[in-house]
Write a protein that binds this ligand. Structure first.
Ligand code: NOJ
Ligand code: NOJ
Ligand code: CA
Length: 745
């Protein structure tokens, strides 16, 4: 947990307000409007599967017309949804109450279909990249994309794009990667609408950059497909996922191409990235990649990634440490599994939800930024696990009040259950499968609770505690200072349950149901009992939910709810969310004052000051009032990669790690070394390697250690080793092989 909600009642530190010498962050085409926080609700759209706002792009020139279906029947073909279709449905999205859309990767994908077992597969989903600097013609051209971003921003809706940096494509094109024509100075050439042009007059607006079977083949690992789930950590990260050509993230040119590509889309105003397949990438790449994106003009944006785990999963520790290791949050796969087992197949009781909040508060460093989901495009729709709509209402309600950021898979608000229980069957075409009505009960539940998330910060930033739980009932509280929301849920379909008087910190008074009885909830009272305030005993009918809110005004004193990013280097522009952040505030990282770029009651934008790297407790001060703290990780500088190689004749249970004298290498603290070395070749099991993210142009001291399964540590003997990192921002140093200095006992 990064946030400390204990208010520090110490006297204000004598912080000199910096003269407002604000660095100029000049406007790009469209600026991001801010990171996605716990106040937001995300709506996940597969762009092709939402709404056809422009039929003229359904069969783009140069593409085989048969790739398009449009009837909604062939889930493997294009259906016609596009950027204009998202714009057309902005009133619908506003009425639903959501504040962020996550859309498919917006750039050009492979142009051909692939056929397996007589079935034609098209890249309607956007996961088969071909040219990262051109919009996907099925979704519209670049001006359609930027129009969409502007139209959403004008309504206060943030835009997250899916971004695939793990791979290009598979099938007939075999992963070939392209880029637009360049002018004499090496810049890409675009027309006034932002589309690539045939500048070199060779008859094409693009050029081949890399081909797994041709030019620059080393841009891809080319190690073959990863066949199953029981492979090594090395295979997970370096072999192909579903035969998709896997990028060599250890190559400076690949880092440069992908960083430029991501920054290119940031300059179009995107507010966040959903990073595809983070489980399958070298974490040092992911860390440098986020660092590059957030350091580009426009400030820190939101990052969350798909580190796909099962349950239980031996990769849990790798998953839960991923945000700490990279600065990229996780999609909350644990939340998904808990929703499935508690409300879906009901193999676990309601107590598992409270257990889940407890163990993830320990295991997740920053649980308020985890992105929750009940189902998505890679799994069965919930209603195929449990066809009871009311059970889905309860799962969605739980997500809407939980710590983290709720993400609603498109169609859920229509009780869509897909064509079948497969992931592909769930990817319905909204336009043909639903009427975009606004009357379903679940639509209204989402609307009410989105509004509550935005008005009561207890849901966005608060701590979670369980007031009562049984197999069928959960009563929980979310609390941010004096703001509090209490939620009571009975999942039992047939029986009412009686809840006894419960001790509470809610003020005495009566509370109406925030859902206005949509899930049969009722009002209740809080009274002064013998041992303090109590919620009066109440009955919860079958599948009933009540939501009671106490939305105290937190006043003028500053309080920190969240920070994005939670890591960055000096000079990065980052966002503090909370209350009381307006007026004459000063912000400090530890004792070092930071420049405040702008601030309102709910949000301050500040610049990470020049200071030593490592953890810094951020505070906001106004007059005599000092806020609670947020633990921010300051990086030493522009992140590059160093690839360590070591020969180590490990005994079973000994795992190789590296530590060193910079925060990125744990400042000699073995507990901060979170990523173990890989062994690619079982026939040379003593040869280990690991890419690590280190600041540019820095001389670093390091040593290898063994961490044992029992938690103990063995240091290698001898003097500290040293190397100097690459001086280039996208550089990589591939270090010569060391030999572990076995200590003698
Ligand atoms: C995970 C995505 O969510 C999935 O839909 C896609 O097929 C793979 N990554 C490959 O990009
Ligand atoms: C212990 C290591 O053995 C040594 O090499 C290193 O210099 C120190 N930790 C730093 O505190
Ligand atoms: Ca269309």
């Amino acid at each position: 947990m990064k946030i400390n909600l204990e208010k520090t009642f110490m006297a204000a530190k004598a912080l000199s307000l910096l003269a407002m010498s604000i660095a100029s962050f000049h406007a790009s085409a469209e600026d991001p409007i801010g990171p996605v926080t716990g106040k937001d609700v995300i709506y996940q759209i597969m762009t092709d599967r939402f709404f056809d706002g422009d039929p003229t792009n359904n069969q783009p020139a140069g593409f085989d017309d048969s790739l398009f279906d449009g009837s909604g029947n062939d889930v493997n073909k294009f259906q016609g949804g596009d950027f204009d279709g998202v714009v057309a449905k902005i009133p619908y999205l506003k009425n639903l109450g959501i504040t962020t859309v996550w859309i498919s990767a917006p750039y050009a994908n492979r142009r051909t279909a692939s056929t397996f077992d007589g079935i034609t597969y098209t890249p309607y989903h956007g996961y088969h990249a071909r040219n990262y600097f051109q919009s996907n013609p099925y979704y519209g051209d670049m001006s359609d994309f930027t129009n969409m971003v502007s139209a959403l921003h004008a309504e206060g809706i943030k835009v997250v794009i899916d971004f695939v940096s793990n791979h290009t494509s598979n099938g007939d094109e075999d992963g070939r990667l392209f880029e637009p024509d360049r002018d004499a100075s090496g810049n890409f050439v675009f027309d006034a609408n932002g589309n690539p042009v045939d500048f070199n007059l060779d008859g094409s607006v693009e050029n081949l950059v890399a081909d797994p079977k041709g030019v620059n083949a080393n841009w891809f690992h080319n190690l073959g497909n990863r066949e199953n789930e029981n492979t090594s950590r090395f295979d997970f990260r370096y072999k192909d996922l579903a035969n998709l050509a896997d990028f060599t993230h250890e190559l400076p040119e690949v880092n440069k191409y992908l960083e430029e590509a991501a920054i290119f889309w940031k300059s179009k105003g995107v507010d966040g990235y959903r990073h595809d397949a983070t489980l399958h990438m070298n974490g040092a790449f992911s860390k440098s990649f986020r660092d590059a994106i957030d350091s580009a003009e426009g400030g820190a944006v939101t990052h969350f990634g798909e580190f796909f785990i099962g349950r239980p999963d031996p990769k849990f520790a790798e998953y839960s440490s991923f945000p700490t290791r990279t600065g990229i949050n996780n999609l909350d796969f644990e939340f998904f599994r808990v929703m499935t087992s508690v409300y879906g197949d009901q193999s676990q009781g309601m107590g598992e939800i409270s257990n889940f909040y407890n163990y993830t508060a320990d295991a997740y460093e920053i649980e308020n930024q985890t992105v929750m989901f009940v189902d998505n495009h890679d799994v069965s729709r919930f209603l195929r696990v449990n066809g009871d709509r009311r059970a889905l209402d309860l799962a969605i309600t739980t997500m809407m009040v939980s710590r983290g950021i709720p993400n609603i898979y498109y169609g859920t608000e229509q009780y869509a259950n897909g064509k079948d229980g497969s992931q592909d069957g769930g990817r319905i075409f909204m336009q043909t499968d639903t009427d975009f009505g606004e009357d379903e009960r679940i639509f209204k539940v989402i609307k009410e609770l989105s509004d509550l998330r935005q008005s009561n910060d207890a849901l966005a930033y608060g701590l979670t505690s369980t007031l009562y739980s049984t197999d069928d009932v959960l009563v929980m509280s979310r609390k941010f200072f004096d703001k509090e929301v209490v939620i009571a849920i009975n999942r039992n379909k047939f029986n009412a349950m009686t809840v006894p008087n419960l001790g509470t910190s809610l003020p005495v008074g009566s509370y109406g149901d925030e859902l206005n009885g949509l899930l049969s909830g009722a009002s209740n009272t809080v009274f002064n009992g013998a041992g303090g305030r109590e919620i009066a005993s109440f009955e919860l009918g079958p599948q009933e939910v009540s939501v009671w809110s106490s939305n105290a005004d937190l006043g003028a004193d500053p309080k920190i709810g969240d920070m994005q990013s939670f890591t960055g280097r000096p000079g990065n522009q980052v966002s503090i969310s909370g209350t009381g952040l307006d007026g004459a505030i000063s912000v400090a990282f530890g004792d070092t004052p930071a420049t405040v770029v702008s601030s309102t009651y709910e949000r301050a934008i500040v610049v990470v000051p020049t200071m030593p790297a490592g953890e810094a407790l951020v505070t906001v001060t106004k007059g005599a009032a000092v806020s609670n703290t947020f633990a921010f990780d300051v990086l030493s500088g522009d992140q590059t990669q160093a690839i360590f190689h070591v020969e180590a004749f490990t005994d079973p249970g000994e795992n190789v790690f590296v530590v060193g004298n910079i925060p990125e290498l744990g400042s000699w603290d073995p507990s901060k070394a979170l990523d173990g070395f890989h062994n690619p070749d079982p026939n040379q099991w003593w040869k280990w390697f690991l890419p690590v993210s280190v600041p540019q142009g820095t001389t670093v001291e390091y040593k290898y250690i063994y961490k044992l399964d029992d938690g103990s540590v063995i240091w290698e003997s001898g003097a500290n080793r040293s190397f100097t990192s690459s001086s280039s921002a996208t550089g990589v140093v591939d270090l010569p092989e060391d030999t572990f200095n076995e200590p003698s006992f």
